[in-house]
Design a protein around this ligand. Structure first.
Ligand SMILES: [Cu+2]
Length: 103
């Protein structure tokens, strides 16, 4: 419930009317370690940190690379295939986010 509330607040603040989910990066950590989305949903990745991040996934069939994002920058990935996607940061190996893509 707290996570849902936080997500709603973030959505409202950054005004992503079309974003299905928002994950921020702060203190070299994803704002959540696990996220469930549905096939076709978009996840906005927002860098709320003071250092660049490079969000990517090497999961077969769901790989993407958002490239280096400066502080304040945001980009998004769309999850098109059901399954589990491991999202990482190329600059900070400790950063992990598991996205469960439900049908
Ligand atoms: Cu990072």
């Amino acid at each position: 419930m707290r996570l849902l509330l936080a997500t709603s607040i973030v959505l409202g603040l950054v005004g992503h009317g079309t974003a299905d989910h928002v994950v921020s990066q702060k203190n070299k950590t994803f704002s959540t370690a696990a996220l469930t989305v549905h096939v076709g949903e978009k996840v906005v990745f927002k860098n709320d940190d003071s250092v660049p991040h490079n969000v990517f996934s090497s999961t077969v069939g769901a790989a993407f690379n958002l490239k280096s994002q400066a502080p304040g920058a945001e980009s998004h990935a769309t999850f098109e295939k059901a399954g589990t996607v491991e999202v990482r940061c190329a600059f900070h190996p400790a950063m992990k986010l598991t996205v469960t893509v439900a049908p």
